[in-house]
Ligand binder design. Structure first.
Ligand code: AMP
Length: 216
């Protein structure tokens, strides 16, 4: 049966970094809703144009288009064994839609690691973040610097600072997270799927904690 892991946590806590590492260690595909939107933005698709207006303000893209995009992604052959979901679901409506789509694939959400950290830490994390232009690999100028400044270690592409990683947009994103995504913590806890992981630890320790939970 396919395995679906949902990484939950505030912006900047390290979901993308961890999903990327876990994907390599488990062989499950990393599905990031934010990366999919950014790919659409780069390719100037209709979805990208629509998403931009919400992303620039730090707001969520409407549920219906987000759900359709994820459904399409999870239907592809490389997700047959399951996926590590990063950034989706972000609202109760999306969580319900996910459950329905996974039931169609004869699957379910197996585990929901909730990576937590205080807002003051998140702002420092996000404002020092650099993202690779080609594939979205993530670096941090202090906590996880690239070997060559301004270049991705994996593919050598240019590193850039996301528009929505600016301080004022980050604050809005954290509020949106508290209002719209936090209810999912209680939702998955009531299903006994939630495990809490301290996101203030160094990257490797967070990975080890996540791997220990996955092995269980
Ligand atoms: P992220 O890379 O996960 O921080 O996402 C960047 C932006 O993409 C968010 O601030 C939202 O505008 C949009 N986005 C990503 N995932 C979702 C989602 N599940 N629902 C709605 N909007 C999303």
């Amino acid at each position: 049966m396919a395995t679906y892991i949902v990484l939950l946590g505030p912006p900047g806590v390290g979901k993308g970094t961890q999903a990327n590492i876990l994907s390599k260690k488990t062989g499950l595909v990393h599905v990031s809703s934010g990366d999919l939107f950014r790919e659409n933005l780069k390719n100037e698709t209709d979805l990208g144009k629509l998403a931009r207006s919400f992303m620039d303000k730090g707001e969520l893209v409407p549920d219906d288009v987000t759900i359709a995009m994820i459904k399409d992604r999870l239907s592809r052959p490389d997700c047959k064994a399951g996926a590590i979901l990063d950034g989706f679901p972000r609202t109760p409506v999306q969580a319900e839609a996910l459950q329905k789509m996974l039931a169609n694939f004869k699957g379910d959400v197996n585990l929901v690691p909730f990576i937590s950290a205080a807002p003051s830490i998140l702002i420092e994390r996000v404002s020092g973040r650099w993202t690779c232009r080609a594939k979205g690999h993530i670096y941090h100028q202090k906590f996880n610097p690239p070997v060559v400044a301004g270049r991705c270690d994996v593919d050598g592409s240019e590193l850039y600072q996301r528009d929505d990683d600016k301080a004022e947009t980050v604050a809005r994103r954290i509020n949106v997270y508290l209002e719209q995504t936090m209810p999912l913590v209680a939702h998955y806890r009531s299903q006994n799927k939630l495990v809490e992981v301290d996101g203030t630890q160094p990257i490797e320790q967070v990975t080890n904690a996540l791997l220990a939970e996955i092995k269980k």
